[in-house]
Design a binder for this molecule. Sequence first.
Ligand code: KG4
Ligand code: ZN
Length: 355
Amino acid sequence: MTANMKTNGGPLLAIESSCDETAAAVIGADGRVLSSVVHSQTAAHAPYGGVVPELASREHLERIDDIAASAIAAAGLTAEDIDVVAATYGPGLIGGLLIGLTWAKGFARGRDVPFIGVHHIEGHLMAAAAEVTAPAPPYIGLVVSGGHSALYRFDGIGQAKLLGQTRDDAAGEAFDKTAKLLGLGYPGGAVIDRLAARGDPTKIPMPRSLRDRSHYDFSFSGLKTAVRTWVEAYRKRTGHDVEGQDLFDLCASVQDAIVDMLLHKAILACRRQQVHTLVLGGGVAANSQLRRDAVARAKDNDITVFVPPKALCTDNAVMIGLAAHAWRKLGRSSSLSLTADANAVVEAAADALTG
Ligand code: KG4
Ligand code: ZN
């Protein structure tokens, strides 16, 4: 065992590769973010209208060395300075997970430093910790992206619990599928956000599913059908695609329904769980109405909302590094035999750590 292995106290290098971002970040011994590099593969997947797993794997493999080297250099360090290495072990696309995890384990073995396997959702739940005023657990986490839409109770690292989740599409998918239907390109969330700002959200009534208070689940398939039906009727009536003010109003109405469904259950979870802090995460947390309405609705309910900056809402390695930093403060690390798990459940996150 080397001196590094014993001290475990210097900079931590974190890798994220579970979906279509290849990312690396360096976190200092004090938990400060020293660097963050994210390569988004969006352009590579855009022609296909969604993430193509094989393509994602190839991109991760081609980029990971450079991205990790860039993050280390941007922190003003060399590989020799890194005392701990961390990577996402799941959930996500198995090809991407294997590439990031294997890279990190190789680094750990080669440099004889501890390795920490991080659950991707615990990363999203920890992203707000990058801020000067970080939220203190317990808090409710609403994690909404192209791949996941779920509510968690977070009592600290290794103590996250799933409260409810989507029964069909993810919130990001609801944005992306609407955008695709309207010919707005992929991914469509940010475009809808922009167009919605010019529309009236009360113009076109959209369904809000699963309003009942007996559970914390979401459903977006009814909304998807309603949008498709409305668009088809519009085309028949007018003889052309949805355009102009009608397009703005439709985007505003769809966005309003998605945001309302998400916040209805998020606020319900806070009240039922008697937790006064709500943390947003995932790519959809970049949505301006979600950010705005979350703050307004939470205030009415005596809840404080933490919304990480957009760059920390979408997939990144800073959040993985912050989760790993929390583990190392507890003196925990992972075995090099830890395997990637595409379906890893958050309640088992602590099982990825030993000691
Ligand atoms: O977390 P993320 O980068 O990747 C995963 O899916 O894991 O999230 C991407 C998703 C896409 O569905 C995208 O349309 C959505 O986040 N998104 C938005 C906005 N920016 C990104 N959705 C609504 N409003 C936005 N401003
Ligand atoms: Zn994610």
